[in-house]
Design a protein around this ligand. Structure first.
Ligand code: DGT
Ligand code: CA
Ligand code: CA
Ligand code: ZN
Length: 598
């Protein structure tokens, strides 16, 4: 069982308990355990084999360890089930509405019998809540916005979850061995979208293609143990549902149609429609089997995507660009970007260590990054305002700088930038004194509190942070959490213009729950001439691997290596950063080089 699933059960128990009016300490302990389990890299299922290891985790006592055991054994939790007899399961959806909270949800349930998202939306639409104490017109608006978000996000999965499931399914299909020539994921996963509705696979049988070879593959797939339900079983298509609610569509295709099928099932639908229109205008038909002439039905291409694009007089268009946001025009004009790749990345500029809320030491992070082939990294523990993450005050920051300098010598083979993820306070001031900021090699700033400020106030707050001459990178600039939290509201164009004028870079945070900036915003940043960095925000060595999601998102934002400054070698990267007060760019990299060697 995945940590995520255990955390969800505990979290739902906490919310149901709060609805039930439990004493505060009780639901808090479930909530705290859920948060911990969601965030740690170790697998709870492994730890639970040794009770002592489980209870060594902060906030997990003997009782909670019992509950976790029960969840691992039964896949559910008795108290949660009991509460769900008392309240409808749809109340969990209501509880997941942003900003509603268990108190208000409980109130609506008790007083209006509103047990579904639609019930709650109806109350807000019919303006039945504006005169209710504790609610009001503003709450009605917020509820309606939250309902929209809920509808958009249900039934979708974050890319890392989709990718993990896709790898398992593909590996299973491959176990049929030499009867399979290839298994290729298509759909939104191949386009690198941040959320995935369902998984699409193209399977090519080895040897001669026949209904018999297709049926043999389906027979094998139907034996995949996790399958909950088979949704469709056609001649060359099968669809099934997995226990996590993910749907999988598999098509078995003859090898000569591989390119046409891959093109078709990669999408997007809009891109396909445009290609088909183009094909028709050129005297062809395009479907999932081939590109053929309209007149005689003769196949002109189908084996690869590239040959189909070529016959349509277009260069190959990368899957991440196939969203009908100008890629066909750019392709016609020979102006497609040469998209950045993971190999282009030479450094990672946001990560946490045990000094704040990370799981590994400076040395461990540095060694892991060096093993990934990076030339430099920035160690960016939180600053003091982020108390939940054990943020560092000025004194601890200075000590941390010393440790980072020492680690650079002891680890070797990688440059370590002494940095901090400095919190932007409510008024836009930075959470560390200028004297300490001056000591850092790199100043990354970001928001972790007061995320609901009005648009004007939020804009001013961020602009104020950019005014600070030490600010060099604006991290996770919108604060959104994929499928969980909307971005904060501010004037992004003004902020980007200020970034360009000051030379501040914006971050694409590669962590799959964030992916912030997202694709469209990255494209806007590029158009506005703003420098970009891609960083992982890793809280453990294994999380350094999430860089690929950031790169994929940057590709969806049309970025090239030259748009992203952590593709630069060390010295050039330093020179591309905003210059610190009192130093020309040249001085700075020279003095930094001196302090390294001396
Ligand atoms: P998702 O699953 O919601 O994240 O998004 P996709 O893009 O994977 O969409 P999906 O799974 O419905 O279909 C996969 C691809 O197959 C889609 O991107 C384009 C193609 N496709 C599916 N249905 C149609 C259709 O009715 N017309 C056309 N032109 N293409 C389709
Ligand atoms: Ca799909
Ligand atoms: Ca599909
Ligand atoms: Zn953190």
């Amino acid at each position: 069982m995945e940590n995520r699933e255990i955390a969800r059960i505990l979290h739902e128990t906490a919310e149901l308990l709060e609805i039930d009016g439990a004493i505060i300490g009780r639901y808090r302990s479930y909530e705290k355990a859920a948060e911990l389990i969601y965030s740690i890299p170790e697998r709870i299922e492994e730890l639970a084999k040794d009770r002592k290891k489980l209870t060594e985790l902060p906030g997990i006592g003997d009782n909670m360890a019992e509950h976790i055991d029960e969840i691992l054994k039964t896949g559910d939790y008795g108290l949660r089930k009991k509460l769900l007899k008392k309240y409808p399961a749809t109340l969990l959806d209501v509880l997941s509405l942003q900003g509603l909270g268990p108190k208000k949800a409980a109130f609506l349930w008790k007083n209006f019998k509103a047990g579904t998202v639609e019930d709650v939306a109806k109350l807000a639409r019919e303006q039945k809540l504006r005169d209710v104490p504790g609610f009001g017109e503003k709450t009605e608006e917020n509820i309606l916005r939250a309902v929209e978000f809920f509808k958009k996000s249900t039934g979708r999965f974050r890319i890392n979850a989709a990718e993990a499931t896709a790898e398992q399914v593909a590996a299973y299909i491959q176990t049929l061995g030499k009867q399979i020539a290839s298994v290729t994921p298509a759909g939104s996963l191949r386009r690198g979208k941040e959320t995935i509705g369902d998984l699409d696979f193209i399977v090519i049988p080895a040897g001669k293609y026949s209904q018999k070879s297709v049926d043999a593959i389906f027979e094998h797939i139907l034996k995949y143990p996790p399958i909950e339900e088979v949704l469709a079983h056609g001649e060359n298509k099968i669809s099934f549902l997995l226990p996590n609610g993910m749907q999988v569509d598999v098509r078995v295709i003859p090898p000569e149609s591989y390119g046409a099928a891959l093109l078709y099932f990669t999408g997007s639908k809009e891109h396909n429609v445009a290609l088909r229109g183009r094909a028709n205008a050129m005297g062809y038909t395009l479907n999932e089997y081939a590109l053929t002439t309209l007149k005689s039905g003769k196949t002109v291409a189908g084996k690869t995507e590239a040959e189909i694009y070529a016959k349509l007089d277009l260069p190959y268009i990368e899957p991440e660009l196939r969203e009908m946001t100008g890629e066909i025009e750019a392709a016609e004009a020979g102006k497609l970007p040469k998209l950045i790749t993971l190999d282009d990345i030479r450094g990672d500029l946001q990560m946490h260590t045990t000094a704040s809320d990370g799981k590994n030491s400076i040395e461990e992070m540095a060694e892991a990054a060096r093993d990934l082939g990076y030339e430099y990294i920035a160690l960016t523990d939180h600053s003091k305002a982020v108390t939940v993450a054990n943020g560092l005050d000025e004194k601890r920051t200075l000590a941390q700088i010393k440790k980072i300098r020492a680690a650079e010598k002891s680890v070797g083979g990688i440059r370590l930038l002494a940095s901090s993820e400095v919190d932007i306070l409510k008024n836009g001031a930075l959470d560390l004194s200028d004297e300490v900021l001056a000591q850092l090699d790199l100043v990354v700033v970001s928001i972790h509190s007061y995320m609901n400020l009005e648009r004007a106030a939020m804009t001013e707050r961020i602009l104020a942070a950019l005014e600070n001459p030490y600010t060099q990178i604006l991290a996770h600039p919108t604060g959104r959490l994929v499928l969980r939290r909307d971005p904060y509201d501010y004037d992004m164009e003004r902020v980007f213009d200020a970034c360009r004028e000051r030379g501040v870079a914006v971050e694409c945070n590669a962590y799959p729950d964030r992916l912030d900036l997202r694709d469209a915003h990255l494209r806007l940043a590029k158009q506005r001439g703003v420098k970009v960095v891609i960083s992982t925000d890793a809280h453990s060595t294994s999380q350094l691997q999430v860089m690929k999601y950031g790169v994929q998102t940057a590709r969806r934002g049309w970025l090239e290596a030259r748009d992203v400054i952590n593709t630069l070698p060390y010295e050039k990267f330093l020179a591309a950063l905003r210059a610190k007060p009192g130093s020309t760019k040249k001085d700075r990299s020279a003095s930094r080089a001196r302090s390294q060697s001396g």
